[in-house]
Design a protein around this ligand. Structure first.
Ligand code: PPS
Length: 295
């Protein structure tokens, strides 16, 4: 495991115009030689959109609903996070070496930084998108607790940076749009966090169909129960509590924070909301994607 000494919130580094956590930026080059397998499944999201939730759902599907098997290791080992690198933890590429097929792979990378082989070989993608306002709020709290990120500053200044795409992984608007467009030419199941909140069973059925798998009704019900926010919050193998404190400080804000739709209303002022909506309309003009910011 590579030793990383300086964890004092380094500034973001730009790769092909995309700002990234410094350590993740260093991995983008080596990641380009990734050798995909035909049975790989790629989980792609903009950060804070339901990655961990859908990862647990998918691991449960792959393990046939066997809870004990899903307790075999923390999430970052079960589902390698491709561009991850940080102190006290194996990097995503290191984890990948020991991951048996069929592999579930996680990334937040935008299209410009995705290893070309994953695109060329049409590796199946499950993309999860969440409404921008809840993402911004969740991301702000995540920036506070994850020491690899720059200091988020005030909520107001963070929101400005989010709107300008000056946060790690860049523009939410571009991310959700480009993967939405790519679904015409690439096998992508495009899911929404809000739909999963509304009816998780319906969304799990969509996933099963996309994977060409089937499970008994009781197993699907079991997966729905086990992957509820309440269950996952108390699940050490899913709630990231095993990640070293130098990376994630859950005493500042827990990773499994609220898990609701509409929490943005507790953070956005009326003025922020008006400014955000006007900017959103411009950035999302001409796009057929529709998000729900409340249920
Ligand atoms: S990360 O760090 O980018 O991979 O984060 P990600 O997993 O994409 O998103 C974290 C947010 O998802 C919430 N979450 C859930 N919501 C509902 N049900 C379940 N099971 C669930 N698991 C995780 C988590 O609480 C974060 O959202 P916020 O709004 O901060 O609570």
């Amino acid at each position: 495991m590579e030793q990383i000494q300086d964890t004092s919130r380094p500034p973001l580094e730009y790769v092909k115009g995309i700002p990234l956590i410094k350590y993740f930026a260093e991995v983008v080059g080596p990641l380009q030689s990734l050798q995909p397998r035909p049975d790989d499944l790629l989980i792609i999201t903009y950060p804070k959109s339901g990655t961990t939730w859908v990862s647990e759902v998918l691991d449960m599907i792959y393990q046939g609903g066997d809870l004990e098997k899903c307790q075999r290791a923390p999430m970052f080992i079960r589902v390698p996070f491709l561009e991850f690198k940080g102190p006290g933890c194996p990097s995503g590429l290191e984890v990948l070496k020991d991951t048996p097929a069929p592999r579930l792979l996680k990334t937040h990378l935008p299209l410009a930084l995705i290893p070309q082989a994953l695109l060329d070989q049409k590796v199946k993608v499950i993309y999860v998108a969440r409404n921008a306002k809840d993402v911004a709020v969740s991301y702000y709290h995540f920036y506070r607790m994850v020491q690899l990120n720059p200091d988020p500053g005030t909520w107001d200044s963070f929101l400005e940076k989010f709107m300008a795409g000056e946060v790690s992984y860049g523009s939410w608007y571009q991310h959700v749009r480009e993967w939405w467009e790519l679904r015409h030419t690439h096998p992508i199941l495009y899911l929404f966090y809000e739909d999963m909140k509304e009816d998780p069973k319906r969304e799990i059925r969509k996933i099963l169909e996309f994977l060409g798998r089937s499970l008994p009704e009781e197993t699907v019900d079991h997966i729905v129960r086990h992957t509820s926010f309440k269950e996952m919050k108390n699940n050490r193998m899913a709630n990231h509590s095993t990640v070293p404190t130098e990376i994630m400080d859950h005493s500042i804000s827990p990773f499994m924070r609220k898990g609701v739709t509409g929490d943005w209303k507790t953070m956005f002022t009326v003025a922020q909301n008006e400014r955000f909506d006007a900017d959103y309309a411009e950035k999302m003009a001409g796009c057929s994607l529709e998000f729900r910011s409340e249920l």
